[in-house]
Design a protein around this ligand. Structure first.
Ligand code: NAD
Length: 282
């Protein structure tokens, strides 16, 4: 590691270069990689994120289609769309964008995405396969946490890791990926008593609670590394993580910034998963 801030932009750029090379080779071989994002929300932040995926995909040579079903789409329509795309040989990656309409859940609808096209790990089978050590695409954010730790040379085997958050999109898959890399993992959540007492024993702390300022120096082991997954909008239109960076800096040896840490690597890995899917390389 060099310096406190463990940025993600350099790694994201390297992933994009490799992904663009693979996309060009696939296109030359007659399989132009294609990603489809299914959107069933009128949420503005979500629309911004989907546009950013489209822009990044275009630069890399991946076709990105967006299917807008509207914020009042019913569950049957969303499921039928995902089922149709799963059977379409020209589509290699499928993302179901969140938030979803009331009554719809990612855990339920994700099951309609074929596992080999599930580039953002939404199908519960993908999570089950990860837990069983079988090939599957992890949610791109969870994969980004591990990619950042590797990029910055953080040793995982035999070390203690704590994950704050147990969602199916971040906390649980991150815990499985860390376990798979021989870390000793504790998963904390909103009902964990004395959070700081648990997390301060961890060499690696992954914060994925969505609570700005939750992680302070007392939560961090001296010399520990903090990966901040949180993305919390500020009133002035900015973005902050879950860590109070100034406070955490008193003890941590490394901290991923927000923005510029997990976020850019997540988008790059989504596209990387898509070219892997187009190459049939789950
Ligand atoms: P979620 O709301 O589904 O889950 C949050 C988890 O944090 C829950 O398990 C909850 O028990 C735990 N939690 C909440 N408050 C806590 C507290 N005070 N102490 C301990 N645990 C607490 O959220 P999510 O979808 O997992 O996302 C988590 C964060 O990661 C959000 O800020 C989200 O915006 C961000 N995120 C970032 C990316 C990215 O690409 N950078 C992608 C996905 C999510």
């Amino acid at each position: 590691m060099s310096g406190l801030l463990l940025g993600g932009r350099e790694l994201a750029a390297a992933i994009r270069v490799e992904t663009a090379e693979r996309a060009a080779a696939l296109t030359a071989a007659g399989t132009p990689p294609r990603l489809t994002v299914v959107v069933a929300t009128d949420d503005e932040a979500s629309a911004w994120y989907v546009r950013s995926i489209g822009t990044a995909a275009a630069k890399i040579g991946i076709t990105c289609d967006v299917i807008e079903l509207g914020g009042d789409a019913d569950v049957a329509t969303i499921r039928a769309t995902l089922t149709r795309l799963s059977a379409d040989d020209l589509v290699h990656g499928i993302i179901l964008q969140t938030p979803l309409p009331a009554g719809a859940t990612l855990e339920d609808l994700g099951g309609a995405i074929a596992v080999e096209k599930d580039v953002d790990g939404a199908n519960p089978l993908s999570l089950g396969r990860l837990a069983a050590g079988l090939p599957a695409y992890p949610p791109a954010t969870a994969a980004a946490v591990l990619a950042l730790l590797d990029h910055h040379g953080v040793e995982l085997a035999g070390r203690r890791a704590a994950v704050i958050g147990r969602s199916t999109v971040v906390g649980k898959p991150v815990a499985h990926l860390l376990l798979d890399r021989h870390a000793t993992v504790t998963v904390c959540h909103s009902r964990t008593p004395d959070l700081a007492a648990v997390t301060a024993t961890a060499d690696i702390l992954v914060a994925a609670a969505g609570r700005p300022g939750l992680v302070t120096a007392e939560h961090v082991k001296r010399g520990g590394v903090v990966v901040d997954v949180g993305t919390n909008p500020t009133p002035d239109g900015g973005l902050v993580g879950d860590a109070d960076a100034d406070s955490v800096a008193e003890r941590a040896a490394g901290l991923t910034p927000v923005p510029g840490g997990v976020g850019p690597v997540t988008t790059a890995l989504l596209l990387n998963h898509t070219v892997r899917a187009a190459a049939g390389r789950l």
